[in-house]
Each structure stands twice: as structure tokens, then as C-alpha cells.
Write a protein that binds this ligand. Structure first.
Ligand code: ZN
Length: 501
């Protein structure tokens, strides 16, 4: 036991409480707060955020961390405490490298830039957004420059903020392999698009019935309603206060059966991760999922690998048909499974199917990389974007709203975030291969028994929270670090079978 760590504990507890309160307002804002609340509530949120920062970033805490990093003290720490110090050290490195005045100006810029993006997207006018984007990129370059180490590029720093395991060198190899294998596969599939008919998906589906069925689905997968709630918001998301209060949302569309259904499964995957984090870690700086990529791996594992498989639907498809007999009585399970897996080249990332999804990510990755290497002219990004869409997906956006302006991320300065989505899919496939080595996933799914699968993920991934990083978890579970070959094999096997290629 370290006495110095005990001195640190009250600061951590107070910071946690302030952060929990702030998160609760965020949840409230996106779900049930009245329309006019935001302007006034933002004052409360601002004060809570300031207090949180003051509580964590100050001379007392700085001294304690410095002391706790010394060899002598490290010997006294438990693994959990060591992980907490490592996490705090990262936060200090990120925040303290930037002069406060610059950080404040940058934060103000992202608020106006986000509004400019929103208007530019509505008006379909990239030129209106470009000057803001240029300024954001200048700041990001500068901030990354403060932290860049020998042998690193500024973009490595941005990537590292979302996952410390992967930089440009790793991702170049990762994405090159995907590109090489998936683009030809998508071309083959494109020629057979019409062989799958899924018109049933766009019939009318009563929203109350959707709500009820999707709640059933979340529970079926293991969502614990004593420790979680489901609400509605403009875009589905997951938020947790701690491992006994995990919240997900959904958004319903009367003329689309799949949209809310697969969002429900996706967010439940995120929720299971947070619910299964060990009690000893929750409410500490390492009490959440370890990285965006690992989080997305859990949501995508359940959404795509499990949720779009025939075995998963075998015991419950009749219940779905009974919920909407007028629309589904003539749709066989086989046709339904083909429908939910139908691949089709498209322009919008968030609506992309499992096969083409990673190509959307590659396009963003390559553009971001070019921007921070000083190789892309911000004024000409729409041309670059459209060229890559034609090359990789075979389609050219008709305008900037369905092209370069479609994603919100850059307007908030979130560069380096997109790769997490593809990393998540790849991790999911790697874990899936391992689970299949130790149990027959298909047999359990056909029996309607999700528990062994969920428990495997709990014991090998979830319970550790952020005490291990992405590659440490993969190494311990699968015996190797992230290996994209599993993902490519999974996609090839699946789509070659589905389209009889
Ligand atoms: Zn997600």
C-alpha cells in the first residue's frame, strides 16, 4: 500500500463525482431536456467542467504523480494503481503541453466551426466551411508539434490520442491489406446486387412495436435493466455513469425495420462492455473501455458477427415475424439473413454495409494523413475526396453534402478518430476466431444461449477496463497483437458464400 497514493485518492474521487454530474447533464441534454434548456444548462456544465479540470490539474496532484512515478514508489503500487498513474500522466502530457490561452481559443474555434459546418452542409457549400477547417488544422498541427517525438509525424500524435497502440506505420500496413483484398471483392459483389431483394425492409413498421421488440433484443443479449436504461435521441449512443448505470439510446424510423434494430444490438454491445467492467475499477480513471477501437469491436461483434448471423436469428426470427406478420409472413429466415447482409456500394459512411464500411474509413484516413503531411490543399479537398470515392467505391458524390461535408468529426477537430471504427471491426473478427476455438458459437446461438459468449468477452476483455491497452488484451486472449488477416478472411468467407462467388 502506498501512502502517497492514499493522498491522491480524494482528488480522484472528487474529479469522478464532478465528471459523473457532467455526464448526467449530457445524457439529459440529448434525451429529455426541453428545447430551451441548453443555453442555460450550458452554464452549469461549464462550471462543472472547470471544477473537474482544477481538481485534477493542479500543483498538489502534479507533485503526487511525479512522486508516484519514481521507482521506489512504483514498487509499492498495485497494478490498478500503476494503471491509474499511467492514465493521469497521459492526461497531463496532453493538456500541459498546450499553452492555456491557445487551448481556450481553439475550444472557442471548434464551437463556431461546428456551426459553420452545419450550415455549409445544409447549404451544400464547402467553401463556407474551408476557412474554419484550415484554422482547426493549423491548431492541431501546432498542438501535435508540441508533443511530437523523434521518428514521429504530427498525425501519429493525433492517432495516439485515440489508441496508443497504432501509428501511421501500423495503419498503413493495416489499410493496405484491406484495400488490396476488399476492393476487388466489392466489385464482384456489385455485379450481383440485384440477386438479393430486401424491399420488405422499407415497408411501414409501427414504432411502438419496434420499441418493444428492440428492448426485447437488448435483454436477450444480456443488457441488465437493473443497471441500465434505454431512451431515445436524435442519434443512438451509449453513455455510462459507472458500471451500475449504463445508458443507451435509439432512434426509430417508421419506414425502416433494420435501422433501429441493428442500432439496438450495436449500442447493447457497447453497454455490455461497460456493465462488465470490474467493480474494483469502476469510478476510477481506468474504469471505462480501454480504447475507441476496443469499444467499437464489442458493438460491432454483436451487431455484425452475431446479429447478422443465421444462427442468432434461428430461435427468435418467428418472434419478429409475429410482431409484424403483415410485412414478414412471406419472408423466410434465409431471405431475411440475405437481406440484412446485403452489400451495396454507397456514398454515406453511416449507412454503409459491413463489406464496404472500411473503404469509407480508408478514404478518410488517407486524406487526414495527407493533410498533416502538408500534402493536401484544404481548398481542394472535395476534389480529392471525390476522386478517392470513385477509385475505391466506384461512385462519385453529386455534391459536397453527400461527399466531404457528411461527417461531423473534423468540425470538432477530431482527426485520427476514424481509424478506430475499422480497427474495431478487425478486433471483433480476431476475437471471434478465438472464441470459436474454445466453443461452438453457432451451437450456442441456435440454442438461444448468449451467456457463454458474453462471459468469454467479460473475462477476457471487459472486466479489465483500461488497465490493459488494446494490444495487451489481444495478446493475452489471442496470442498475437492486432492482425488484420482475421478480418479479411471473415469478410471473404461471408460474402463469397452469400453471393455464391
Ligand atoms: Zn459504436
Amino acid at each position: 500500500m502506498s501512502k502517497i497514493f492514499d493522498t491522491l485518492q480524494p482528488y480522484l474521487d472528487k474529479a469522478m463525482a464532478l465528471e459523473t454530474a457532467r455526464s448526467l447533464f449530457e445524457w439529459d441534454d440529448q434525451t429529455i431536456a426541453p428545447f430551451e434548456a441548453a443555453q442555460y444548462t450550458s452554464k452549469v456544465v461549464g462550471i462543472l467542467s472547470d471544477e473537474y479540470m482544477k481538481c485534477l490539474i493542479n500543483d498538489d496532484v502534479r507533485k503526487l504523480i511525479k512522486k508516484l512515478k519514481e521507482d521506489k514508489e512504483q514498487g509499492e503500487l498495485t497494478d490498478k494503481e500503476k494503471a491509474i498513474i499511467k492514465e493521469l500522466d497521459k492526461t497531463y502530457e496532453q493538456l500541459e503541453s498546450i499553452p492555456p490561452e491557445e487551448y481556450r481559443k481553439y475550444n472557442e474555434l471548434t464551437i463556431v466551426a461546428n456551426r459553420a459546418w452545419s450550415k455549409a452542409k445544409k447549404d451544400n457549400n464547402y467553401e463556407h466551411f474551408a476557412p474554419y477547417l484550415k484554422k482547426i488544422i493549423e491548431y492541431k498541427n501546432k498542438f501535435a508539434g508540441y508533443r511530437v517525438k523523434k521518428g514521429q509525424e504530427p498525425y501519429d500524435i493525433l492517432l495516439g490520442d485515440f489508441d496508443e497502440c497504432f501509428g501511421i506505420k501500423d495503419l498503413d500496413i493495416f489499410f493496405d491489406k484491406i484495400k488490396h483484398e476488399i476492393i476487388p471483392l466489392l466489385h464482384q459483389v456489385s455485379k450481383k446486387i440485384d440477386t438479393i431483394d430486401k424491399n420488405y425492409n422499407l415497408l411501414e413498421y409501427d414504432i411502438d412495436k419496434q420499441r418493444e421488440f428492440n428492448k426485447y433484443l437488448s435483454g436477450y443479449l444480456g443488457f441488465d435493466f437493473n443497471r441500465g436504461v434505454i431512451a431515445e435521441s436524435a442519434h443512438p449512443f451509449t453513455l455510462n455513469l459507472h458500471n451500475h448505470d449504463v445508458r443507451i439510446t435509439n432512434e426509430f424510423n417508421k419506414n425502416n425495420l433494420e435501422s433501429a434494430m441493428f442500432s439496438a444490438i450495436h449500442e447493447t454491445g457497447h453497454a455490455l462492455y461497460e456493465m462488465n467492467i470490474d467493480d474494483s475499477l469502476t469510478q476510477t480513471p481506468v474504469g471505462g473501455g480501454t480504447s475507441m477501437g476496443m469499444h467499437e469491436s464489442q458493438s460491432r461483434f454483436f451487431e455484425n458477427i452475431i446479429g447478422r448471423s443465421e444462427a442468432f436469428w434461428t430461435p427468435i426470427y418467428s418472434k419478429l415475424v409475429e410482431t409484424y406478420p403483415e410485412n414478414l409472413k412471406n419472408i423466410s429466415l434465409e431471405q431475411f439473413i440475405k437481406g440484412v447482409n446485403k452489400a451495396e456500394p454507397s456514398l454515406i459512411r453511416t449507412e454503409a454495409d459491413e463489406l464496404s464500411y472500411s473503404l469509407h474509413i480508408i478514404i478518410r484516413y488517407e486524406i487526414e494523413k495527407a493533410i498533416f503531411a502538408g500534402e493536401a490543399d484544404v481548398d481542394k479537398l472535395p476534389e480529392l475526396w471525390n476522386k478517392k470515392y470513385q477509385e475505391y467505391i466506384g461512385l462519385t458524390p453529386a455534391n459536397d453534402a453527400e461527399g466531404i461535408l457528411q461527417d461531423i468529426h473534423w468540425s470538432f477537430g477530431e482527426f485520427g478518430y476514424f481509424p478506430s471504427y475499422a480497427i474495431g471491426s478487425a478486433i471483433a473478427s480476431q476475437l471471434y476466431a478465438k472464441i470459436n476455438d474454445v466453443m461452438s458459437v453457432e451451437d450456442y446461438l441456435k440454442e438461444g444461449n448468449i451467456t457463454p459468449i458474453r462471459e468469454f468477452l467479460r473475462d477476457s476483455v471487459h472486466k479489465y477496463g483500461a488497465t490493459k491497452n488494446t494490444n495487451q488484451i489481444l495478446m493475452d486472449v489471442t496470442g498475437e497483437e492486432l492482425n488484420v488477416d482475421y478480418y479479411i478472411k471473415y469478410l471473404k468467407d461471408k460474402y463469397e458464400k452469400l453471393y455464391s462467388l
